[in-house]
Design a protein around this ligand. Structure first.
Ligand code: PLP
Length: 394
């Protein structure tokens, strides 16, 4: 009898999504949605309680003083909810940006009328602790620092520990967008201090899209009453209703919640954050080593490469056309992701989702075959890309 592989391919001939969410989910997660729940019913209230408790458990023992507030919408809704709820109207945020999500947070603050300054490091350079310390020392009006844990646009894993140290050494508060890292990279309050963080259902926990969650110090949530610019995106409002009635304030994404609880059970069965992170690291290591052997180069040095998503430079060979490469990879069962760098052409390959290193070895083989079909002799990037990368070393 054939043995069932630990990571069976997506059913019904679906391609693997090598993207940072929505991503490839387990069949069990999809199957958990084949039922209807009443949002007022005790069964669903128990599910909401379970969901919140399971997420808090991922913080480890240091999570005791924190609470979890799930919120309808995609991840950006939760970022906006966190910023609007925890930054008072007269607050001012230092936004640490090195990509699209940092810039989006700054735009969100502008839209909701909160003060902010931006440390813009460009496409991928990490914001460092000493820079944060300097800016905070020069500007006493800054009340909060916003850091992006993994900046998904380049795949860089930002140094949140040193950012946290600099923030609290200066007596300010840290908010973290851990959207694409939480569940695979530890964010335990025992080891890194922060007031609040956000993530969403469709990233490293491997659920389907439809809601996100804010995890914050309970005292911060209590103190956030009346801060929010928004009714629907008020973290305190959602929390107060959940605490009182066990219900979401407005229609909950019932099926998505059911899928997410299944995903959390699978996360636990796999071995929690450490095991999830280790699988993603193996995915990255096998994929990056294989792609480098084909001649591709990563944007980032190994030191900054996250196990979430990796940016590669497009080859200089004129026979390489990204749209064609994308189609050829899709024909072979893999959906890759365009790049987001402003200076040179790039593409991204995600390492997260329900797949293991054996799948990643097949991704590399598909890339090799696709290059051959396009007639690309070398996957080496243009000189300008390597020049760009030198900035990281400087
Ligand atoms: C995915 C993601 C978000 C949220 O994006 P949505 O499209 O609103 O889900 C925010 N920040 C980071 C770092 C992300 O990876």
């Amino acid at each position: 009898m054939p043995t069932t592989p630990a990571f069976p391919p997506p059913k019904m001939g679906e391609p693997y999504l090598l993207t940072p969410g929505p991503l490839t989910t387990a069949y069990e997660v999809k199957q958990a949605m084949l039922k209807d729940w009443g949002s007022w019913d005790d069964d669903f209230r128990a599910m909401t309680r379970d969901l919140r408790a399971r997420l808090l458990a991922l913080l480890g023992p240091g999570g005791a003083g924190y609470d979890c507030v799930p919120l309808q919408g995609s991840g950006s809704y939760c970022v906006e909810a966190m910023l609007g709820s925890f930054v008072p109207k007269d607050g001012k945020v230092l936004v640490l940006s090195n990509g699209a999500y940092g810039l989006r947070a700054a735009a969100t603050l502008d839209q909701i009328g909160r003060g902010r300054v931006l440390l813009d490091k460009g496409d991928y350079l990490p914001p460092r602790g000493d820079e944060v310390a300097r800016i905070l020392a020069d500007d006493p009006a800054i009340t909060h620092v916003l850091a992006i844990h993994c900046e998904t646009s380049s795949g860089i894993l930002n140094p949140v520990e040193e950012i946290s140290e600099a923030t609290y050494a200066a007596g300010r508060k840290l908010l973290i967008d851990s959207m694409s890292a939480f569940g695979a990279i530890p964010l335990e309050p025992d080891r890194i201090r922060y007031e609040a963080m956000v993530s969403s259902a469709n990233k490293c926990i491997e659920g389907v899209p439809g809601f996100g969650f804010v995890i914050a110090k309970t005292a911060e949530i209590e103190a956030a009453k009346g801060n929010s610019h928004s009714l629907a995106l008020d973290v305190h409002g959602q929390w107060a209703t959940m605490e009182k009635t066990g219900q979401w304030r407005f229609t909950p994404p019932t099926h998505v919640v059911a899928a997410f609880i299944e995903a959390l059970k699978m996360h636990q069965a796999e071995g929690g954050v450490a095991a999830r992170g280790a699988r993603y690291e193996r995915n990255r290591d096998v994929m990056v080593a294989g792609m480098r052997a084909l001649g591709f180069e990563t944007l980032l040095d190994n030191r900054w490469l996250s196990p979430i998503i990796v940016t590669f430079f497009c080859p200089a060979d004129p026979a390489f056309v990204f749209a064609r490469f994308y189609d050829l990879m899709k024909q072979k069962g893999f959906i890759i992701y365009p790049g987001k760098l402003t200076v040179v052409d790039s593409f991204r390959v995600g390492c997260i989702g329900r797949m293991d290193e054996h799948v990643m070895a097949r991704v590399v083989e598909a890339a090799r075959a696709s290059l051959a079909e396009m007639g690309v002799a070398s996957a080496a990037p243009p000189a300008a890309a390597l020049e760009e990368r030198k900035k990281l070393a400087a």
